[in-house]
Design a protein around this ligand. Structure first.
Ligand code: NAD
Length: 268
């Protein structure tokens, strides 16, 4: 895809993977709509993009709220002649066991991680259909392909749903000239631990999860941004950031899911 003068809408675009992708696309000539709930970080990202000589619009929007999303979509479509790329990337993390999570915790994680994706697709698809082209990138996780630790049930459920949604979306939109990619990152150094909800009293586990992103060797979001651009260019459905590690696990799981569940406890 030629990115010059294209318009990309990126939810969760103020930080981490979304922000790095916004900057990488701007470097290639795209104008960017940053959608997030964090005003300060949106302003920083806007300055970074404008310093590259590209246009940036920031819209404060909670993707879990459909009214916020429809109003955001109107502004984004009016911004610079139409939206070419939609990256549904806003996300949060939840840890807690199934018998401790409350309905409100489920509503929170599914509202942002799953309904955020559904809301934005619903709001932008009529526009893309009308134009007969467009590209959607949905951020799931490796935790949306392989079930993780027992206390990751909320996050994993939300991300598996994004995976299923995206596979079907891909099939539906391909003949209509609209591409779909599913980004499944492994561990990436971002601000995700800030928006972390832990339900239960095992605060030691929370501490361990917060520290893990600081370890050396963790992938930087800039590297993920390049993979996203490459994925869009190649019209590649599955973008895996750590293929060597996870393809083997996925193969084992596909061959014998029960055996895999009984012996394997991936740290996802
Ligand atoms: N960092 C990782 O290791 C990792 C691994 C797998 C998947 N992911 C996924 O990548 C995506 C991006 O996360 P990140 O790691 O860059 O984290 P991040 O926290 O750095 O960025 C996420 C952004 O989403 C925004 N956001 C949160 N709730 C929102 C809402 N309701 N509406 C709009 N914006 C909202 C946050 O303010 C933040 O700016 C998420 O979907 C996450 O689940 C991350």
């Amino acid at each position: 895809m030629e990115f010059k003068n294209k318009v990309a809408v990126i939810t969760g675009g103020a930080s981490g993977i979304g922000r790095s992708t916004a900057v990488a696309l701007a470097k290639m000539g795209a104008n960017i709509v940053i959608v997030d709930v964090n005003r300060e970080r949106m302003a920083e990202a806007q300055r970074e993009i404008e310093a590259l000589g590209r246009r940036a619009l920031t819209i404060q929007c909670d993707v879990a709220k459909y009214d916020d999303v429809t109003s955001m979509a109107k502004q984004a479509i009016a911004f610079a002649g139409g939206v070419d790329i939609l990256m549904n990337n806003a996300g949060v993390m939840l840890r807690g066991f199934v018998d401790t999570l409350e309905p409100a915790d489920w509503a929170w994680i599914l509202g942002i991680n799953l309904y955020g994706v559904i809301h934005c697709c619903r709001a932008f698809l009529p526009h893309m259909r009308e134009r007969g082209n467009g590209y959607i990138v949905n951020t799931s996780s490796i935790g949306g392909l392989i079930g993780g630790q027992p206390n990751s049930i909320g996050y994993s459920t939300s991300k598996f749903a994004v995976t299923g949604f995206s596979e079907v979306l891909y099939k539906y939109l391909k003949p209509k000239g609209i591409g779909v990619s599913l980004l499944c990152p492994g561990l990436i150094r971002t601000n995700l631990p800030e928006n972390f909800r832990y339900v239960g009293d095992d605060l030691q586990a929370l501490g361990a999860i917060k520290e893990i992103a600081k370890e050396p060797g963790v992938m930087e979001p800039e590297e993920v941004a390049q993979m996203v651009i490459d994925g869009i260019n190649k019209n590649k459905f599955l973008i895996l950031t750590h293929p060597a590690r996870f393809l083997t696990m996925m193969e084992r799981r596909a061959k014998d899911v029960q055996g895999f569940l009984d012996t394997q406890l991936p740290t996802l």
